[in-house]
Each structure stands twice: as C-alpha cells, then as structure tokens.
Design a protein around this ligand. Structure first.
Ligand SMILES: Cc1cc2nc3c(=O)[nH]c(=O)nc-3n(C[C@H](O)[C@H](O)[C@H](O)COP(=O)(O)O)c2cc1C
Length: 587
C-alpha cells in the first residue's frame, strides 16, 4: 500500500509525505524534501532528501525516529491515520540529529507515556533538546525489546540493538527486527535522494549520490564503519536496510554493503591520521568538522572525527596522542562538566610533534579563537593551517574554505608517502609515459548559493575529447583538487583553452599555491555570464561550456566525462598551447 501526499507546505519549498508498507507489520512514513539545497556539505548532488521513519506493530507498537520540524503538522496528522500517538508504546531514537528527532517533543507532548529507547549519549542529548521529562531507557549493543506477537500476522517482533557510534553521530544505534528481517540504520547506508520510489530498484540512478554521501559522512569514520559492518555480519538474514535518508535498500543490498566494506577498508589503510575534534550539537561544529574531514578524505590521509563531550577519556587520550594532526574547534566559554573534562583531556594528550589546526565553531558564546590557539599551542606544535575564522552564519563558501583547509592537512600528512610513490616508477617506463602529451587548459567552475557564489580553477592538461555525438570530453582531476567539489554529476564547468603564445601569465597565476578559501580569480581578467559553468578567461583562445555526466574513479584521479553544450573561439588564427613533458610521474 502506498499513500502519497503532496504540497503540504505553504512555503516555497516542495514538501510531501509518503506512507508505504515495507515488510511484515512494518510501515514507513517518508518525509520528502524535494528542494533541500546543497547548502550543507553532503548535499552535493542536489537531489533533495527524505527523512524516513518507521512503525512496527507487534502486540506493542514502536516508532523508529520522527521527522524534521518543517513537516510538523502534516507528519503527525499522517502518523495518526496509521496509529494514534496515544497507542504508540515505544519510540526508538537512532540518533538525535534534528532532521530525525525534530518532532519528538511534539509527539511526547501528545503522549507523555511513550518510552524512549536510545543510546546513553542520545538520551543526554535529548534531555537538552526537548526540555521536558520523559520515560526512557538507555540501550547498547546486544540489548533487546520484544514488541510481542502481531495479532494478525502472528509474527513476533523482537528488536535487537547494535551500537554504531560515529555513523555519523556519536550516539547512533541500529535496530534489527528479528521478525521482519529489517535492519534500521538511519544515517548509515543512506543517501540524499528524493523520489517517490521507496526502494533502490534503480541502482544506476542513485549510485553517485550513495557514494557522495559516504565520502562526506561515513568515510571520515571508516574505522567505525568497519566495526559496525562486523556487527551486522553476525545478524541473521537481513532482507532490507531501512535507511533514514533516501530510498530503502532491498534490491541490491549486498552490493551496497560491500561498497561500504571496500571503501572503508581502503580508507583505513596507513597510519597517518588527523584527529578532528568537534562538539556535537554545538554551534555549527558538526557540519564544519565534517567539511574538514571531507577535505582530508580527498587525500589518502585518514580522518578521525572525535566528539569532545561524548568520547571516553581513555579513548580520547589514545586517539589524540597517536594522531599526526589534531584539529580543534573553539569551545563555549563556560562549558558543561563533560565538555570541560574533554577539553582538559585533549590538552593533556597533545604532543609536540603534531600538526595543529583551530577552527571557529561559530557557537555564539565561544572563547575567542585566539584564546583557544594560545591555549593549545603551549607545546610549540606546527600549525597545520591558519586559524579558520568564521564571521557569519556558515554558507557554502565557508564549507568550501574548511574543505580546502582539510585537504591541505591531508597533503601535509602524506607528503613523504607521495614522494616515495613518485620515485618508485621504473625510469624507462616513466620516460615513455612522459611522451603522452596534451594541450594546456584552465578549468573554471562557479556555482550560486542564493546570493553567494563559490568558484574555483585549476591548470589542466589531461583533457581529451571522448565522444562525437553529443560532443563530449574527459578531464582527469586529482582526487584532492579543490575544484573537484564543483565537478559532481550535473555540475557545470568551463574549459578555457590556452593560446600557444599567450598563456604564461595565466599558467603562472593558476599554479600559485592558494590558501584555503582564496579567490583564485583575483587579478585575472575574466568575462562573466558568457558561459553557464564558470568564468571565461579574457585571454583564453577558446572556451567550452560543459556539464558533467559521469565520473569514473581511478586510484588517484576522477575521470570526469562531460558533454559540451556551448563554446567559441576568440582568435581563429591562433593555435592551442601544447604541453610536452619528460616523465609520466608529473603532469
Ligand atoms: C602542466 C600542468 C598540467 C596539469 N594538469 C592537471 C590535470 O590535468 N589534472 C589535475 O588534477 N591537475 C593538473 N595539474 C595540477 C594542478 O593544476 C595544480 O596542482 C592545481 O592548480 C593546484 O590546485 P589545488 O590547490 O586544487 O590542488 C597540472 C599542473 C601542471 C603544471
């Protein structure tokens, strides 16, 4: 049974709801947020998102998660058609991020008798979030609740809990229903993809979003992903992974889980890691720390996100002590006890040889960033990046700035390893590959986020035509390039073709080492609004306005296939600048 409701909001946003039975005595209520913008870092592919909640009816009735506050009236109304809130016995809270927990307070107002099951940390967070007393029980891996037998199906719904800390919140818990074989994982295995399709029938359509979401939210906790997968491997047959965002996973289940396994195993290789500390539910700390982690994840260094108020002191000491770089947010000037202890433990665990970076959590009542810098720099550690200052509510430019800072840290940590890889090529082979040559281009991209614009550029020579009809080409973009973030499927960019006898000034300019967040076009003459994808350089010989259609992954580059929609030549007599090189181990 599917029941769809559309246009439930008076605002400009398109919001709708979907109810569907997804398994034995189990129903999903999906809140479809069609236009959720790419403002937040992980919404890269602009396909909106969904917030999924679930009802399980045994003898007792349990609800898993709620929805975003923006669905307030309609969600409760629809839920009430399936079960009156007064008849809900248990609420299982997979984690306390507001897009899933936004309506808990409302629900408990209607029925204060509901018993809330969540991890210990989640219950603490909830107490701060909803400011009212509620019945609760903290749960951990191996704990169970039995909903009893559904009177019609005669199936017993025994729910087992599996701790999955850091996926991607510190308080995450999975739930497995032994009666239906459904595993509820909330953020893990999810994707931001909004469609009426409840399940993953069309894997091709969603695989890019699935990967992008993993890279942004799960990759920085690859080790925790592996731990969680080991735990779910021990469960009996899983027939559906009921995720909290996007389509539920049923038709390609093993493929998705194996993707997580492979990607996380690859990311956990090597010893070098940056510990990125954050304070959950404080200011913009979660999102900003994720942007740094995502930037590090673009390199082959590892990121480890650490919640300063929820991590056990012993674990915190070990994680900080062994890290090669430690990234720390500003903290409240009057922190609560747990956080105060966390900060104390962090400072005590720092080591002299570490790189250190401080970022503004933009929490409202923070210690000034320079005070935090002075407190942490007592051992004379090396600065990983200049303190990341945030002067207004973070927007997509801020996230880009933080991501680029993260990539710089990753590159610092991997410097030695990269040099070794380059040297390992056989000399003759290296010279032979060096005979592959290309033209010289500047790839530019810019995107609007409301009134703001974010942009980037890079020198490229690995550009090649790849199709006649439609006219298409490929560009190989190193995984840790800043511009890579603006070259996702559906994004536009411009290839500026450089002119043989007039390119050196552009070449030198764009090869400068730009600090995170720098305006790469400052001092360069550009023609705006000629191409949709980005600035056209006034001195370019020609430009091609492209749209990304596919991305193919190689070990160190993304091969971006794009269709050329528009283009023009400025100087019909001139020739393209050609790039000859000696070896294949550099561009
Ligand atoms: C001649 C030449 C050709 C290059 N071609 C490419 C390329 O095709 N793909 C790429 O990812 N980087 C290429 N690079 C490297 C980047 O242009 C350069 O390192 C980049 O601008 C630094 O930007 P980032 O801060 O985003 O890493 C090339 C560099 C040179 C000198």
């Amino acid at each position: 049974m599917t029941n769809n409701r559309t246009n439930i909001s008076n605002s400009k946003e398109r919001l709708s709801l979907q109810v569907k039975d997804i398994g034995k005595d189990t129903t999903t209520i999906r809140s479809l947020d069609w236009d959720r913008s790419r403002f937040d870092i992980e919404f890269g592919l602009r396909n909106g998102t969904t917030y999924n909640s679930f009802l399980i009816k045994g003898e007792k009735t349990a609800l898993i998660d709620t929805s975003h506050l923006k669905f307030e009236s309609s969600w409760i109304e629809l839920l009430s058609e399936k079960v009156h809130p007064n008849d809900i016995d248990y609420l299982i809270v997979s984690h306390t991020e507001p897009d899933h927990s936004g309506l808990i307070a409302k629900l408990l107002e209607i029925n204060p008798e509901i018993k809330v099951f969540a991890s210990k940390v989640a219950i603490k967070f909830l107490e701060n979030q909803i400011h009212q007393d509620f019945n609760s029980k903290s749960i951990k891996s191996g704990d169970e609740i039995n909903l009893g037998t559904n009177p019609e199906s005669r199936i017993i719904h025994r729910i087992e809990f599996i701790s999955a800390p850091n996926l991607h919140w510190p308080d995450t818990i999975f739930s497995y229903d032994h009666g239906s074989g459904i595993l509820f994982t909330c953020d893990a295995f999810g994707l931001h993809y909004c469609s009426e399709e409840t399940f993953d029938i069309n894997a091709e359509a969603i695989k890019e979003d699935f990967r992008f979401y993993y890279d942004c939210l799960m990759g920085p906790n690859a080790r925790s992903v592996i731990q969680a997968i080991k735990r779910i491997d021990n469960l009996p047959q899983i027939n559906t992974i009921a995720v909290g965002h996007g389509p539920l996973l049923k038709y390609h289940l093993n493929g998705w889980v194996n993707n997580y396994r492979e990607w996380s195993t690859a990311k956990s290789k090597g010893e070098n890691y940056a510990a990125i500390c954050y304070i959950s539910q404080y200011g913009f700390c979660d999102r900003l720390s994720q942007a740094i982690a995502h930037g590090i994840g673009k390199t082959s260094a590892q990121a480890q996100l650490i919640d300063l108020q929820a991590t056990d002191p012993q674990e915190l000491t070990a994680l900080i002590g062994e890290a090669n770089a430690v990234i720390v947010p500003t903290w409240p000037s009057e922190p609560q006890m747990e956080l105060k202890n966390g900060i104390g433990t962090l400072i005590a665990a720092l080591k002299q040889k570490q790189w250190i970076g401080i970022y503004d959590a933009f929490g409202g009542n923070d210690e000034p960033i320079d005070v935090v810098v002075n407190k942490l720099n007592t051992l004379g550690q090396k600065e990983a990046f200049k303190p990341l200052r945030v002067r207004q509510i973070p927007d997509s430019n801020t996230y880009q700035y933080f991501e680029e800072a993260g990539t710089d840290v990753g590159q610092l940590l991997n410097r030695k390893q990269n040099i070794a890889t380059t040297k390992s090529l056989d000399a003759d082979l290296n010279k032979a590959i060096g005979r592959v040559s290309g033209g010289l281009y500047v790839v530019t991209a810019s995107q609007k986020d409301g009134l703001k614009q974010r942009s980037s550029a890079m020198i490229a020579s690995w550009v090649s035509q790849a199709s006649f009809e439609p006219p298409g080409l490929t560009v190989s973009v190193a995984k840790d390039r800043a511009i890579e973030a603006l070259m996702q499927v559906g994004d536009r960019f411009v290839i500026n073709i450089l002119q043989e006898d007039n390119y050196l000034h552009l070449f030198r300019h764009f090869l400068k080492r730009f600090p995170p967040g720098a305006d790469r076009f400052s001092g360069v003459s550009v023609l705006e609004d000629i191409a949709k994808g980005g600035p056209v350089l006034t001195d370019a010989l020609a430009f091609l306005d492209c749209i990304v259609k596919q991305r193919l992954e190689t070990p160190d580059h993304w091969i971006i296939y794009a269709v050329v929609e528009n283009g023009n030549v400025a100087n019909k007599q001139a020739k393209t600048a050609v790039h000859h090189r000696r070896v294949g181990s550099t561009y």
